[in-house]
Design a protein around this ligand. Sequence first.
Ligand SMILES: C[S@@+](CC[C@H](N)C(=O)[O-])C[C@H]1O[C@@H](n2cnc3c(N)ncnc32)[C@H](O)[C@@H]1O
Length: 99
Amino acid sequence: MNDAHMPVMCDEALHALALRPGMRVLDATAGCGGHGLGILERIGNAGTLIGLDWDDEALAIARVRLQRKGWDVRLRRRSFTELKSVLAEEGIQEVDAVL
Ligand SMILES: C[S@@+](CC[C@H](N)C(=O)[O-])C[C@H]1O[C@@H](n2cnc3c(N)ncnc32)[C@H](O)[C@@H]1O
């Protein structure tokens, strides 16, 4: 995957998540961060994005793309089958939305 990857149905997915500032969101297949960017723009500095992907290359692109001062972005190279343990490691009891 490369940074030209276009996130699928991005507007529809973000609309369905009904995102608001301050929300904690889990993106279980973060990829290159296309959906992640839209999520962060909506949850803002008070929000948290936890992004999982098992593809290192994609995550490297996402890390660059989602770097913005004040954003709380936690990208982890893990399978989404491990999301419970990742959240526990992050000290997060619950999230407000999952993509
Ligand atoms: C369609 S892409 C996601 C694109 C991403 N939403 C974006 O906006 O760039 C699907 C991603 O799912 C990841 N993936 C597939 N199975 C996975 C698994 N079990 N755990 C973590 N990531 C997985 C792939 O590595 C790929 O990056």
